[in-house]
Each structure stands twice: as C-alpha cells, then as structure tokens.
Design a protein around this ligand. Structure first.
Ligand SMILES: O=C(CO)COP(=O)(O)O
Length: 171
C-alpha cells in the first residue's frame, strides 16, 4: 500500500506494536526485510521498557532487537535506527541527553563490531520519546544523536525548533 501511494519511508518495530500486537524481534526483522525488498526505506525502532532499564538490561535488550534487524538488512543506506525508550514515549519523561548518548554510542559500537566500521559511521541513529522544543537542542548536541523521531510535538509549532536543532550537525 505504501509503495502504491509512493510513500518512501515506513516505521517498523514501534514499541506499541511490539507490546500490543506481540511483534517479536524476529517478526520485526522479517518486516524490515520485506519492506526493503519492496524498495521502502525503514525507520527501525528499538528501546527498553522501564523495568528493563531498572534491572540493568537496557543494552542487552536493544542489542537483541538490533541484531534481529541487522540480520535482515541488505542495504544500510535505506535504514535508520530509532532508539525510543518505551518509558519516554508519549509520557513527557524524556531521556536525559547523557542517557540517550550512552545508548546511541553503544549502538554505534555494536554496529561497528557486528556489521562494520563504515556502516557504523554512516548509519543515522535517531532518538524518540518526549522530544520537544525545550529539550531538542541539548539532545541534538550529543555526538551520536543524529536526529529525532517526534510524536506529540510534531503537531505543534515547536516542531520547527526541533527540525532546526536536528539540522545543526548537517550544516
Ligand atoms: O514514538 C513516538 C512517536 O511514535 C514518540 O512520541 P512522543 O514524541 O509523543 O513521545
């Protein structure tokens, strides 16, 4: 349907689908493979729940989610990874810049070790979860935060500030 409508991007692995529709890591990987095979570009979402963060398993969780996706990627030019801590989505509880940077840095390291240095350097890793006009600048300044996946604030005028903050590194 997206292809027929000439929509180039699809979001796959959003936490709501993982939680409400029981989409497993493997199933998310299969959807990524199918979308890429149809010529779509993919924003692949990963992220831990609050319980997982509090039990210290954040990296294990996002690494397992990323592994299932990476195993199915044929062309990394068409994939963006979106780190979205589940506890930050739509809650107003944004990850601190340090929390986001820590996970993004570990994800880039994971890509370096498991996929390759060039891919790790060129793949965009974006952050999502309660991004707004007030917190976007500091998040965007983190070295491994390459942009944002914005929900609620994309419907407000402050979205312009978020876009501007995300563009700073590009310019
Ligand atoms: O996941 C998100 C959108 O799908 C993020 O939403 P919020 O920016 O509203 O937290």
């Amino acid at each position: 349907m997206l292809v027929n409508l000439s929509i180039p991007w699809v979001i796959i692995g959003h936490s709501e689908r993982r939680a409400l529709l029981n989409e497993s890591n493997e199933f998310v990987g299969d959807k990524v493979a199918y979308a890429l095979s149809q010529g779509l570009k993919v924003i692949a979402c990963i992220g831990e729940t609050l319980e997982e963060r509090e039990s210290g398993s954040t990296m294990a969780v996002v690494a397992a989610q990323t592994k299932a996706i990476a195993g199915k990627v044929t062309n990394w030019d068409n994939v963006v990874l979106a780190y979205e801590p589940v506890w930050a989505i739509g809650t107003g509880k944004v990850a601190t810049p340090a929390q986001a940077q820590e996970v993004h840095c570990e994800l880039r390291k994971w890509l370096h070790e498991n996929v390759g240095g060039d891919i790790a350097a060129s793949t965009r890793i974006i952050y999502g979860g309660s991004v707004n006009g007030a917190n976007c600048k500091e998040l965007a300044a983190q070295p491994d935060v390459d942009g944002f996946l914005v929900g609620g604030a994309s419907l407000k005028p402050e979205f312009v500030d978020i876009i501007k903050a995300a563009m700073v590194k590009k310019n």
